[in-house]
Design a protein around this ligand. Sequence first.
Ligand code: 13P
Length: 254
Amino acid sequence: MPKDLIAGNWKMHTSHLDAIQMIQKLSYRLEASDHSRVDVVVCPPFTALRSAQTVIETDHLLIKLGAQDVHWEEEGAYTGAVAAPMLQKLSVDYVIVGHSERRQLFGETDDDVNRKLKAVLRHEMTPILCVGETLEEREQGISKDRVGSQIRLGLQGFESGAVAKVVVAYEPIWAIGTGKTADADVAGDMATFIRSALAEQWDTAAEEVPILYGGSVKPGNIAGFMAKRDVNGALVGGAALDPDSFASIVRYWM
Ligand code: 13P
């Protein structure tokens, strides 16, 4: 069983100064025993990563650092982009890849996602591969086709050893930032589908992949998702911006 993982995606919120405060506040609310049970990750914007790294290292915090995106090239003329070696140098542990906002608003394709996943793994960080269907796809009954194809294309050409190092986040687009969560049964069912889709191609590696749910996760609904056999954690947006809420989500069993 993979260890539980709760990651906060701060999206385009917080200055580097806010980030320092938020990480400190979060650390006061968590105990060492929480960290042994759950990997706790914060993903601030790029501009706050250096400050976040500094506070985590100086205060010897057990919180891990994540980035929200990456470019697939090692370096080059890609104005505005950030490369994996740059993130690795900042002690980034996790990188979100293929978030639906990147796919929908910035035209990111499954092929881009595949290249980004490879870049993250090349630099010994853990990618969080986001997948999920639109409301239209759900209503047409093709959610699993969509998610299955995002998994297959995103991980195309991967060996089992590489797949075992990936985290998958199921984030139905209709549940993101809308206050509408997927029913815990729907999320659990999709997580089981994702694990069996992984097992079909990569056999036992599938058992090692943490599968997260994301979309309007709050302190009041997290326990329902975590009770599902194939859900190993959550990718939290809005509620991760409040250290009290995020800490309650991390300590979901309390
Ligand atoms: P919300 O928790 O704000 O719905 O965002 C989910 C998300 O997109 C996390 O990546």
